[in-house]
Design a protein around this ligand. Structure first.
Ligand code: IP8
Length: 258
């Protein structure tokens, strides 16, 4: 079987859930993204965020990206909420013609990098033409539980798989400079620029927009293009998957020294 160069797609928590409503999946938005992936016609490596499932309990129990001793019940609730959201998403993906296979991050990641066995699982799934799907989660460590963001996982997967491009679907049209008006969306960014980062709208336990941009700059430094598009507009998601011109923010991949 030939090696498959994948596309990575982060389904933002603010797209797949209603951020203000605890434990409420945005079924219509998930269907829109799922149909775009189906129309794209190739397996995509999917990562989804926590939205009002994982973040709801993570905030309730005061868990963050720094390991902390929390009750086993708390860790169990956060993880279960993520599994529940994952099941809703994979169910909709299947109904829209996108067969997927869930690989929880604990089977893929060690520290902040993809393990050898994780790479091999992903390579096999892609060769078998099924979309691997994973998600931000609460993970155990020697110093307690911590939240690993889907944005960090997306960066780790990009470094391991070297995809043709990475698409972040978010609930706005693209990236905006801090404090700017909506008409000032940035169309194209170079990963070498020194962008002022602020958590921005909908900041959560993992860092919101600032973390997404930070991780995408790391991805772009490997020469991989990163697109930020409105995940509530399926036609834009499809264009971004295809690498076509699309209304959104493109972070141009630039190899260091180039
Ligand atoms: O929404 C966080 O993932 P993210 C996952 O991708 C949890 O940052 C459990 C809050």
């Amino acid at each position: 079987m030939a090696k498959v160069t994948p596309i990575l797609m982060k389904m933002g928590g603010s797209v797949v859930t209603y951020r203000e409503k605890p434990l409420a999946a945005n079924v219509k938005a998930i269907e829109g993204v799922a149909r775009s992936i189906a129309a794209f016609g190739h397996p995509v490596v999917i990562i989804h965020g926590g939205g009002s499932f994982g973040h709801y309990y993570a905030e309730m129990f005061g868990v963050s990206t720094t390991p902390k001793i929390i009750s086993p019940e708390a860790a169990s609730k956060i993880h279960a909420a993520m599994l529940q959201l994952n099941l809703i998403i994979t169910d909709i993906l299947a109904k829209c013609g996108v067969p997927s296979y869930t690989v929880p991050p604990i089977e893929l990641i060690d520290g902040e990098d993809v393990t050898e066995s994780g790479r091999s699982i992903l390579a096999d799934l892609l060769k078998l033409r099924i979309s691997p799907i994973t998600f931000g989660d609460v993970l155990p460590s020697k110093r307690g539980f911590f939240i690993l963001s889907g944005d960090v996982i997306t960066r780790a997967l990009a470094e391991a798989l070297r995809p043709s491009r990475v698409v972040f679907s978010i609930d706005v049209d693209g990236i905006y400079p801090v404090g700017s008006q909506l008409e000032n969306m940035i169309l194209e960014l170079d990963s070498k620029v020194d962008l002022k980062l602020a958590p921005g709208k909908g900041a959560d336990v993992t860092g919101g927009m600032a973390l997404k941009i930070q991780e995408s700059f790391k991805i772009a430094k490997h020469g991989i293009d990163v697109f930020f598009v409105n995940g509530l507009k399926p036609e834009r998601v499809l264009k971004a998957l295809k690498g076509q011109r699309v209304y959104g923010t493109r972070i141009r991949g630039t190899k260091s020294g180039g």
